[in-house]
Design a protein around this ligand. Structure first.
Ligand SMILES: [Zn+2]
Length: 661
């Protein structure tokens, strides 16, 4: 999308295309003729990694266009790597709050930093203004006065709406031992959030937050032209496509990568990667374009390439068919080094997966992580909502979509236990995993269900539990909507959301408006419950009995009373199914509003059982064990009930172990 207003130019401002053309040189032959995004934050970067010292020397030219309706009197940049510089940063303080103290004891050599050494404003006529001395750290959120993850550069002349500025920045960064999936181990480097990155200027002002422990990222789209210099013989993987390799005289090689319509750039390098290439050829029905898939595999995972490719193809196919096509022609899958801590993370046109030395059939590892991270290309990479404030719009939609693709492409799949330091898997083929509970992470949601309203901006959520609300709760309420309204309705909601919001940073309110419009009903009461409140859902049977009606025969022989109750604060309409000993069934509809309701029956037989929400539409119910009651249970029923309780426990256990992706 290019719906940007161009305004009269100031002395040092020029349209993005003019300056970018000069700086980037001629566009590569495969460059998009039509921009998909506003492309208002474009970077030309040169970076050199010295693996021995773990130092990156970088220089970048940023072409930034003000697409807000307010003048920019300063520019704000993220300096994420300063979060791991010392223990006084917002990120480290919040990790301690979440109970993660070992990171605080990291030695200095394993920490990171980024120092911006020069900031120069470039004039198209060749002049420049040196702003290096005026850069300063700013606090954008309350508290943590020592945080150094946001840098402001005041401008002598404001950038008016529609105008463009060009900045040249020099910087030096130190690569950490991995924090937050970013860093090095041995000669494996995964480099993300690594360059001074401009924030997002909105009509309300700069939307730039300090780096928080439980939140991810938010940035504008642009074109990235990046030259990475690493030791010769090392493989490089990165956002975009590699255009060329240039050997240097000092045993290094410069790799040039180029990407359009992306909002971030990550890369990795190591001498150990084994490279494989495959293609996604679209889907049988047509409508999806081919994608070249590049896989950088660890040598000890040889033989698992088909597993990675098939899972990536499943994501490209089902996400493409359900929500809309993947708009790029390439995608890079990175298998991270053992103990690198870099697995399970998404970046534009590149993601890190995660596998094991032994990956038995019937177990969706590496598939689940691969599908999850590939799926982020839609909700994180292309739709690009503000993850710092509304993480659920990416992680929640991705968790829901992942479970759906896994069910579509990998049913049945089984529970696995691992032994001997997780090396040896034992697959339990009598325990097939359920999308509704395991896939949507009900087990981890349940204990955290009341911890936070989902409307709480993510960066203000409690670091130890906010992900349960962002990931699990969203997947559960989307699947609840699917069971309530039907998959065709939910699919159209998500497809319309994707189509209207791609490359456009949508808000929660825009999503809810699409849901109301497409479903043809006002879902506001539902979103009031699941989004704007921290209330939990819990319906159940509180009382059930049949008594003889005093010697009357026939239909009036027994009087049955059933009490159903709303134990939780949250409200949802539920069905109630009553089954009598003569197999007669009665299904009631209850709006679920009152705290309790009584149903009475006069019937020829005693009641056998009653169950609230028998179809389990309300997947958010935090205690399904109290939903049913059976009178005079027979032995086999008791066994069934016992085993289903054991399964719930098992699922909880597995979810506790699951990757936080
Ligand atoms: Zn994720």
């Amino acid at each position: 999308m290019t719906a940007t207003i161009e305004r009269p130019l100031r002395r040092w401002a020029a349209p993005a295309g003019v300056v970018a053309g000069v700086l980037l040189g001629a566009l590569p032959a495969h460059g998009q003729a039509q921009a998909l995004s506003p492309r208002n934050a474009s970077y030309t970067i040169e970076a050199r990694l010295d693996p021995a010292s773990r130092i990156i020397e970088g220089r970048q030219t940023l072409v930034w266009r003000n697409i807000s309706n307010r003048p920019a009197r300063e520019l704000r940049f993220h300096l994420y790597w300063n979060a791991w510089k010392d223990n006084r940063s917002t990120w480290m303080r919040e990790r301690r709050l979440a109970g993660d103290t070992p990171l605080s004891r990291r030695p200095d050599r394993d920490r990171s930093s980024i120092d911006v050494t020069t900031v120069r404003l470039l004039d198209p006529s060749g002049g420049e203004v040196d702003l290096s001395a005026s850069q300063r750290f700013v606090l954008t959120d309350a508290g943590h006065a020592d945080d150094q993850t946001v840098m402001a550069v005041p401008l002598v002349t404001p950038v008016a709406p529609g105008e463009t500025v060009t900045l040249d920045l020099g910087w030096t960064a130190r690569v950490p031992r991995t924090f937050a999936r970013t860093g090095a181990i041995g000669n494996y480097f995964f480099i993300a959030q690594w360059f001074p990155k401009i924030g997002v200027l909105e009509d309300a002002g700069w939307n730039v937050h300090q780096f928080h422990a439980a939140t991810e990222f938010y940035a504008d789209f642009g074109v990235y032209d990046v030259r990475l210099t690493v030791p010769s013989g090392w493989t490089v993987g990165a956002t975009g496509r590699e255009l060329e390799q240039q050997p240097n005289t000092d045993s290094t090689t410069t790799h040039r990568y180029y990407a359009e319509d992306v909002h971030d750039f990550a890369w990795t390098t190591s001498p150990d990667y084994v490279e494989h290439v495959a293609r996604f050829d679209g889907a049988p029905g047509g409508g999806l374009t081919p994608v070249e898939i590049r896989l950088l595999l660890q040598p000890e995972h040889a033989g698992q390439e088909a597993r990675h490719f098939d899972a990536t193809r499943a994501a490209l196919r089902w996400y493409g068919e359900w929500f809309g096509p993947y708009p790029y022609d390439h995608l890079t899958v990175v298998d991270p080094a053992w103990q690198s801590g870099a697995g399970g993370m998404e970046y534009p046109t590149l993601f890190t997966a995660g596998t094991r030395w032994l990956a038995p059939e019937g177990v969706t590892q590496p598939e689940s992580v691969t599908i999850h991270e590939a799926g982020h290309q839609w909700w994180y990479g292309i739709v690009a909502s503000n993850e710092v404030e509304h993480a659920w719009m990416d992680e929640g939609l991705t968790t829901f979509s992942t479970a759906r693709v896994v069910e579509q492409a990998y049913t049945p799949n089984y529970f696995v236990q691992r032994f001997f330091g997780t090396f040896i898997p034992w697959v339990q083929r009598d325990i097939a995993l359920s999308r509704a509970t395991v896939g949507n992470r009900l087990g981890t949601f349940r204990p955290a269900s009341r911890s936070e309203a989902q409307a709480t901006p993510t960066y203000l959520g409690f670091p130890g539990t906010i992900s349960r609300i962002s990931y699990d709760k969203t997947a559960l309420w989307l699947h609840t909507l699917e069971r309530w309204l039907g998959w065709p309705v939910v699919q159209r909601v998500l497809r319309t959301h994707y189509e209207r919001s791609k490359f456009a940073h949508p808000t929660p309110e825009q999503f809810f408006a699409v849901a109301n419009e497409v479903s043809g009903r006002d879902l506001t009461p539902f979103f009031d419950q699941v989004f704007r409140s921290s209330n939990a859902f819990d319906y159940g049977v509180d009382g059930l009995f049949s008594v003889s009606a005093g010697g009357r025969a026939g239909d009036g022989a027994y009087r049955t009373e059933l009490i159903v109750r709303r134990y939780g604060e949250a409200v949802f309409p539920v069905d109630v199914l009553v089954i009598f000993e003569d197999d007669r069934q009665v299904r009631e509809r209850w709006d679920g509003q009152a705290r309790w309701r009584r149903f009475t029956y006069e019937h020829a037989a005693r009641v056998r059982s009653a169950i609230v929400d028998p179809d389990r539409t309300l997947l958010l119910d935090v205690n399904y064990a109290n939903n049913s009651r059976t009178l005079a249970p027979r032995a086999d029923e008791a066994a069934t009930k016992w085993s289903s309780k054991w399964l719930v426990w098992l699922q909880d256990l597995m979810l506790t172990w699951a990757f936080l992706v």
